[in-house]
Design a protein around this ligand. Structure first.
Ligand code: KIV
Length: 304
């Protein structure tokens, strides 16, 4: 079993050009499978609002939601570094409230680090959290919590002015003590330049090939949703949505046509189990003398 990475290991990975793999997870099985598959870092992203809770944006996601899901992920991936998102308006709302929310996600959720969206404007929060001993990952570029401010999910940093602001934001976060940043939906050239300029790992999503690592959403790489919307920056590694839909369809058919349960799915009664199940004393279920008519099977239990 691999040991959990540390933020020092991650910095070293950047120096050694050893790419960091990050995947979101939101529950016990997704976290366990990701850990078994060798993922470096798990992100309990507030994308859980979109892919698990059925919201249109990440804005409705609460601290309680993140705590609940992080706790499940922490149980499933005990040897993996877990970063949890601070959701919309849980930071930047005054130092005391920000620290209290951060403490909840760390203590109750069991994350090893927190991720916050924003640049220079949240640098003082990042600094305070880092001073309190919490590793912080920044998140710049397309920041989904500000989707309405940004006017939609669009590629960021295409214009010089936007690119300059993103470079300033990245530097401000590093300066404030962030151990890493996520850069989302920006041009490859800008993301590569920011990765080269910073000494902390830059993890890209829709940000091209020049970053120090990549992050994607669990449900995206597995097409685990319905309907599934193609995204240019995502690669499908398995089509679980179709597999699940087909499997459930077959199950429904088999229940209806009587092909399930079949012989191999049913239990045969044994003499000893009958009194335990039914509280009656039936001498020998297999013997001719058995008064089988006194046995009242529970609904749905078949005795053979
Ligand atoms: O919430 C999330 O999943 C994220 C990733 C897309 C980086 O922030």
């Amino acid at each position: 079993m691999r040991k959990r990475l540390t933020i020092t290991n991650m910095k070293k990975m950047k120096q050694e050009r050893n790419a960091i793999s990050v995947l979101t997870a939101y529950d016990y099985p997704s976290a366990k499978l990701a850990e078994e598959a060798g993922i470096d870092v798990i992100l309990v992203g507030d994308s859980l609002g979109n892919v698990v809770l059925g919201y249109d944006t990440t804005i409705p996601v609460t601290v309680d939601d993140i705590v609940y899901h992080t706790r499940a992920v922490a149980r499933g991936a005990q040897n993996t570094f877990i970063v949890a998102d601070m959701p919309f308006m849980s930071y930047g709302i005054g130092r005391e409230a920000t620290m209290r929310n951060a403490a909840r996600i760390m203590q109750e959720g069991g994350a090893q680090a927190l991720k916050l969206e924003g640049g220079e404007e949240i640098a003082s929060d990042v600094e305070a959290l880092v001073k309190a001993g919490i590793p912080v990952m920044g998140h710049i570029g397309l920041t989904p919590q500000s989707v309405h401010q940004l006017g939609g999910y669009k590629v960021q940093g295409k214009l010089d002015k936007e690119a300059e602001k993103l470079i300033q934001d990245a530097k401000a976060l590093e300066q404030a003590g962030a151990f890493s940043i996520v850069i989302e939906l920006v041009t490859e050239s800008l993301a590569t330049m920011i990765s080269d300029v910073l000494s902390i790992p830059v993890i890209g999503i829709g940000a091209g090939r020049g970053c120090d690592g990549q992050v994607l959403v669990y449900h995206d790489i597995l097409q685990y949703s319905s309907p599934y919307f193609e995204k240019k920056f995502v690669k499908t590694y398995a089509d679980i949505g179709t597999t699940i839909r087909n499997a459930i369809h077959t199950y429904v058919d088999e229940v209806k046509n009587g092909n399930f349960p079949a012989e191999e799915h049913v239990f045969s009664a044994q003499t000893a189990s009958i009194p335990a199940l039914y509280g009656s004393t039936v001498a020998d279920a297999d013997s001719k003398e058995t008064k089988q008519e006194t046995v009242q099977p529970k609904k749905g239990v078949r005795l053979t």
